[in-house]
Design a protein around this ligand. Sequence first.
Ligand SMILES: [Zn+2]
Length: 259
Amino acid sequence: MGREAPGDPGLRVSWFLAPLLAALAAGPTAAPAVPADQPLAGKVVVLDAGHQLGNHNFPAEINRPVPAGGFTKPCNTTGTSTDGGYSEATFAWKVTKRLQVKLVKAGATVVLTRKSNSEDRWGPCVDVRGRAGNARGADLKISIHGDGSYAAGAHGFHVIYPPDRAPWTDDIFAASRRLASVTKAALVKGGFDVATYIAGGDGLDERGDLGTLNLSDVPTVMLEAGNMRDRGDAAVMTSPQGQERYARALARAIREMLR
Ligand SMILES: [Zn+2]
C-alpha cells in the first residue's frame, strides 16, 4: 500500500484494512516463505513401520492374498525378531516414532501406515502399505524393517528400491533409486555398516517382488536396517540410542532428498 492520494476518497483505505487487502492481493499463488528451521514445510512424508506386532495372532487375516504389482502375495507376515525375542515390529515402530518427531519438527506432514504397535491388531496389508502415499501425493515413502538372517557373520543394512518395470514402477524408478542412494549415504555417515550378506555388498538392492514398493506412485524405498539375528546389530537395534541414530540418519536422508 502506497500513500493515499489526498482528494481522492475513492482510494482511501482504512489503516486497519490495509494489511488484509495486501494479503488478499498477494493471493494464493504467493509462495509461502519456508522458515529456516522448517526445511520440510509443505512436504508430505509417509512412514511405513513394517509389520504390526499382533500379526502372528491373526494368521487367517495376514495370509489372505492381496494384489502386489501384477501378482498376489500374502497380506503381511509376522516379521522377524532378535534371538532375545525383541520383535521387528517393535524396532520399526520405535524408529518410526522417533523419525516422525524429527520430521514434524522440520515442518513436514507425516502419514503413518499404522497407528499403534499392538498384540491386538494386524496389518495393514502390503497393498495398503504400497498405496499409502498415492492419494495424498506424498513426496516420498519409506518402509522401515529389520532382516533376519542366520548366515554366519551376516550383519549390516541394505536399502531396497523398485525396478524400472512398466506399468508398475517405471514412473518412480529413478527417484526411488536416488532416494535409496541418499538413504544409504546417510546411514553410512551415521556409522552403520552396509550388509555383508545380501544386496551384492553395496547396500543397495533392486527388487520387483514387493507389493509395498510396486503399488507406490510416489518415490519409495524399503530399509532393512540390520540383521536382527546378529548379536552386534541386535544390540544397536534394540537400544534407544541405536534407534535414535537410525532416526537421525533417516531424517537427514529425507531432508537431503526433499531440499
Ligand atoms: Zn520386515
